[in-house]
Ligand binder design. Structure first.
Ligand code: GAP
Length: 513
């Protein structure tokens, strides 16, 4: 665990050192849980967004995109339930004055029991080797049984307390199981209180009477309130989807773990409108599609898992998360929700406008049901960075840090490096960049030894480096150096464009997904 925390710290400093992510307002000592993306970060982020957008809008005839405003009429948030129910239960430790989410403290407690059980199993598996029967061991080992029983007991109380909105019981679980504050080490807890996560501001001058508006906590409502606009103008037939990428804002109580939980972040959401009664079938279908999209990145299937929700949100009749194994454990990256007709129905009620679809095949009107896929760009960014970050010991005794990013997502696809800064090699390198820069992001670098330049490109995940040497001037050939294997191949300049395009194209990911 300590080792993983160490890797996470290294990853955070790597992100800063190589222009991926900076703390926001850094010269003023930063702003809690707000971050800026640097020159490489923005390229990676844009590539992630393109991978998502194209997989939704380009490859599905029945999915279209929109870009709605961040400010929306305040009644929208009343109708969506966010004004009344978008709360987190918070608890303070009176000694450290630190604030926590009560539900997160309990989830961490549950994870500790899981860890204890896994450790017992690992130990036994090592001891018994091939003859080890895990199911039998789980069902008979007294220590595993005892921990499992405690875990189930906490879990059952937790789920009930969440479903009943019972804040006292949440506190009681924390007291009963002696959860301590990680900072003060004490159990001196306050009551649990609800805290609304929406940011608000004023619209219009105060002289005219201003209006309280919210910064949207999800992009989804912009899609719901445009359902009729898109359906009518695009003559869309159910089933169809509307996709959107945009900023969302939440006043998170505990904003930790770098860009995992931010106060300003970006979402990629798609609402898929279906016939009532068909929603669970579509829910299962989208679960599968979305998991494949993640797995196509090639980090290994074992890095992902589904986690079905214990407590369904006020709008859902089924919900699951796709979790990714971050350096601090499996965490939610994407949510897939069957949101029923809650949102459209509620907007119909609050706006007084009919929001229905006439289904020509059924010859009747209804409020469509909705399957939502909702993924955080920043969490996706973090998952990709942590899976790609690699420290390697090389054969010559040297070491390197390499970001093994999927080539299609890498900020720079090709670095062009003249072997020396003379003999016309820089000019030749520039010529190559001028021919290729229309197809993908190239970078020129002539400073330091070729080895150092390779290391710099490894550190930002550039999949290919082209070296221009003296032979280039004679026969128009260059070497391509591969980031992961460090192997080199000699190719003609005239073939470069085709070779690199073929290897860095997003088509490669789409074929896998
Ligand atoms: N429209 C549904 C919705 O917003 P959510 O599970 O609250 O559902 C969806 O959020 C996704 O947005 C999450 O899976 C996560 O990737 C991302 N997300 C949510 N809160 C975040 C935060 N504070 N910082 C970064 N990403 C966040």
């Amino acid at each position: 665990m300590a080792q993983q925390e160490d890797v996470f710290k290294k990853l955070i400093s790597h992100c800063k050192e190589y222009g991926f992510v900076f703390p926001s307002s850094e010269i003023y000592d930063g702003l809690g849980a707000v971050y800026d993306y640097g020159q490489n970060g923005v390229e990676l982020k844009n590539n992630i967004k393109k991978y998502w957008w194209d997989s939704m809008v380009l490859l599905n005839e029945n999915v279209v995109g929109i870009d709605s405003a961040i400010f929306m009429h305040p009644t929208i948030w009343k109708a969506s339930g966010h004004v009344d129910a978008f709360n987190d239960p918070l608890i303070d430790n009176k000694d450290s004055k630190k604030r926590y989410r009560a539900d997160v403290l309990i989830e961490e407690l549950l994870a500790k029991y899981d860890e204890k059980i896994e450790k017992e199993i690992e130990k036994a598996a090592k001891k018994f080797g091939e003859t080890f029967d895990e199911t039998k061991f789980r069902g008979t080992n007294p220590r595993v049984l005892e921990n499992q029983e405690k875990r189930d007991e906490i879990h059952n109380r937790f789920v009930k307390a969440l479903n009943d909105g019972d804040l006292e019981e949440l506190r009681q679980i924390i007291i009963d199981y002696e959860v301590v504050c990680p900072v003060s080490g004490t159990r001196n807890w306050t009551e649990v209180r609800q805290f609304n996560l929406m940011f608000s501001t004023e619209m219009g001058s105060t002289a005219d009477g201003s209006m309280k508006v919210y910064l949207r906590p999800e992009t989804a409502q912009g899609i719901f309130v445009n359902f009729l606009n898109v359906q009518k103008t695009g003559r869309m037939k159910i089933p169809f989807g509307i996709a959107q990428i945009g900023k969302a804002f939440r006043n998170e109580i505990v904003a930790r773990q770098f860009i995992f939980r931010m106060r300003e972040f970006e979402q990629m959401e798609m609402q898929f409108f279906v016939r009532p009664g068909e929603e669970l079938e579509w829910f299962a279908r989208w679960k599968e599609i979305r998991m494949k999209w993640h797995q196509a990145l090639g980090f290994g299937k074992n890095k992902y898992r589904f986690h079905d929700h214990d407590k369904l949100a006020h709008y859902a009749n089924a919900a699951t998360d796709i979790e990714f194994e971050m350096p601090f454990g499996f965490k939610e990256v994407e949510g897939i929700h069957s949101r029923t007709d809650f949102d459209l129905g509620s907007h119909e009620k609050y706006s007084g406008k009919k929001i229905q679809y006439f289904d020509p095949e059924l010859n009747k009107s209804y409020i469509p049901y909705v399957i939502e896929t909702s993924i955080g760009v920043d969490r996706m960014f973090l998952s990709i960075m942590s899976a790609s970050y690699c420290e390697e010991q090389l054969e010559d005794g040297e070491s390197r840090v390499v970001l093994k990013l999927p080539p299609a997502l890498a900020p720079v696809k090709l670095a062009v490096l003249p072997l020396v800064k003379k003999d016309g090699l820089p000019e030749k390198a520039r010529e190559i960049i001028d021919a290729l820069k229309f197809d993908f992001k190239c970078m020129y670098d002539e400073k330091d030894s070729i080895g150092k330049r390779y290391r710099r490109q490894d550190a930002i995940g550039t999949p290919y480096c082209v070296t221009v040497d003296h032979q280039t001037r004679e026969d128009r050939t260059v070497t391509i150096r591969h980031r992961d294997s460090m192997a080199q191949e000699r190719v003609s300049i005239d073939d470069l464009s085709k070779i690199i395009i073929g290897r860095v194209s997003m088509k490669n990911l789409f074929k896998e997904s």
